[in-house]
Design a protein around this ligand. Structure first.
Ligand SMILES: [Zn+2]
Length: 473
């Protein structure tokens, strides 16, 4: 019997068994009971096997994706203990925010319209020295997680002070995050300098290793102009020993290019590559100014680059050569950066701006098509984080990190191409469901795992102190 004939025969056999079961009232009992079934008028999987499924369903059990297919097919096999309807909704993988400083939500709008170095050195560093403590980080992180759950971000990479406090908030609210202990050569909140912050960073990593499948501890040396080569080498040795990723800012603005030339007579990319940083799992935020000859190095060394278009535009840092990096095979994800520079944690805005600016500066409307940009925010981000086997697409066996977007809106009618809508027309507020590891964090637009009233009150309390301080200046 040919393979095709066998398939037909097997199909007929299954049908016969099902029909027999129906007549005896049996098949319901034979269906596999699972934790959750989520439906969607469209399922955009980001999986090459079946990229878009009309009237689809995703079957979830024990935090993992068990199956994805048409709803009518999966209903024959599975029954969910819980179900989330999908009429007028598109179901897609949760978005991945590859670079942020989440607790900086409390500095949202505190200093705008300044170049990066002025903004950082004259405003942000002094404000951080005065206000950032565990309470600030707890409230700022809660505010950030609320905003991210609401807008469909399910995984983020965070680099901020008091990482234990931040990690605990993430653990409690159900999101997934790489939480990286920040390391810098000069005094920072809670630390006198490098030695004590590095020692505490290592302790943080050890405390959180293996604690939760949703929290991945990491180390975050700030940038090549604020961390010495010797200290980068210490981080590299520790990361290798502890088997954790490193995340750092690289080549963010042109002032850094000039500074690095003065300090070391080279570029940030060459400097860190020579130190061996690119031989470790590295998540590199920004990468606005790599030289042409450096792009193949980033690809070959599998550096995960995080593109933060809105932050880079707002601080006047420039526009990263993303189409060139993608063409060379660099792993690229998208990030919001902190809300102090970007003013929100909205990856939909990042996607739309990414799709638009590269067309503009290249004077070529065919670069960065919608499908490419959507990939940056999902599977591309997962690759940049080294997590592509676990998240980034709706694929059986991966973690059940999913979102639903409501497309039943006049603003989204008519609908010819769902991927076009996701990039050029959908807003963050259209997200109605957020699920991480099979747990529902937001249902019908209501965040279930954080207390909005408490967060608003606490944020207003801290902001009033910051306002009073600014008024005195
Ligand atoms: Zn940053």
């Amino acid at each position: 019997m040919s393979a095709r004939r066998f398939k037909q025969f097997a199909g007929a056999l299954v049908l016969a068994v099902l029909l027999t079961g129906l007549s005896s009232g049996g098949p319901a009992a034979e269906k596999q009971e699972v934790d959750l079934i989520v439906l969607g008028s469209f399922v955009v999987t980001m999986d090459a096997e079946q990229p878009i499924i009309r009237n689809g369903a995703v079957v979830i059990d024990q935090g993992l994706i068990v199956a994805v297919d048409r709803e009518d097919i999966l209903r024959q096999q599975f029954v969910g203990r819980e179900e989330i309807g999908g009429t007028g909704r598109v179901l897609l993988p949760g978005l991945i925010n590859g670079h942020t400083h989440a607790a900086m939500t409390l500095f949202r709008g505190v200093a705008d319209d300044l170049d990066l170095m002025t903004w950082l050195r004259e405003y942000i560093f002094p404000l951080e020295a005065k206000f950032v403590d565990p309470d600030f980080v707890k409230v700022g992180m809660q505010l950030a997680c609320w905003e991210m759950i609401q807008s469909g971000i399910t995984t983020f990479v965070d680099m901020y002070f008091y990482p234990d406090v931040g990690a605990q908030v993430v653990l409690d609210c159900g999101l997934r995050a790489v939480i990286a202990a920040p390391l810098i050569d000069f005094p920072s909140p809670g630390f006198e300098g490098w030695q004590d912050s590095f020692a505490e960073g290592l302790e943080f990593v050890k405390r959180w290793t293996g604690k939760s499948e949703r929290i991945m501890p990491a180390l975050a040396p700030h940038a090549p102009y604020t961390v010495s080569p010797e200290h980068y080498l210490e981080v590299l040795a520790a990361a290798n020993e502890l088997n954790i990723p490193i995340t750092t800012h690289i080549s963010e603005d042109y002032a850094e290019v000039v500074d690095m030339q003065k300090r070391y007579g080279t570029t940030s990319v060459h400097h860190l590559d020579q130190l061996g940083l690119f031989d470790a799992p590295l998540i590199a935020a920004h990468m606005v100014w790599p030289e042409k000859s450096e792009i193949p190095i980033l690809a070959a060394k599998k550096v995960g680059v995080i593109h933060n278009p809105v932050s880079n535009l707002k601080t006047g840092a420039g526009i990263a050569p993303v189409p060139e990096m993608l063409a060379a095979g660099v792993r690229i994800g998208l990030g919001t950066d902190g809300a102090a520079s970007t003013n929100d944690l909205d990856l939909w805005k990042e996607m739309r701006i990414a799709a638009l600016i590269h067309k503009g500066v290249n004077r070529n409307a065919t670069v960065m098509p919608a499908s490419t940009v959507l990939r940056l925010a999902t599977l591309g981000g997962a690759e940049a984080l080294g997590l592509e086997k676990e998240i980034g697409s709706i694929t059986p066996g991966k973690k059940a990190d999913l979102i639903q977007v409501d497309i039943d809106s006049p603003r989204l009618m008519p609908l010819y191409d769902i991927v076009s809508h996701l990039i050029y027309a959908v807003e963050a507020s259209d997200v109605v469901t957020t699920i991480v590891s099979g747990h529902v964090l937001m249902r019908d637009g209501k965040v279930l795992t954080l207390n909005a009233t408490e967060i608003k009150t606490a944020a207003a309390r801290i902001a009033s102190k910051i306002k009073a301080h600014i008024a005195k200046e």
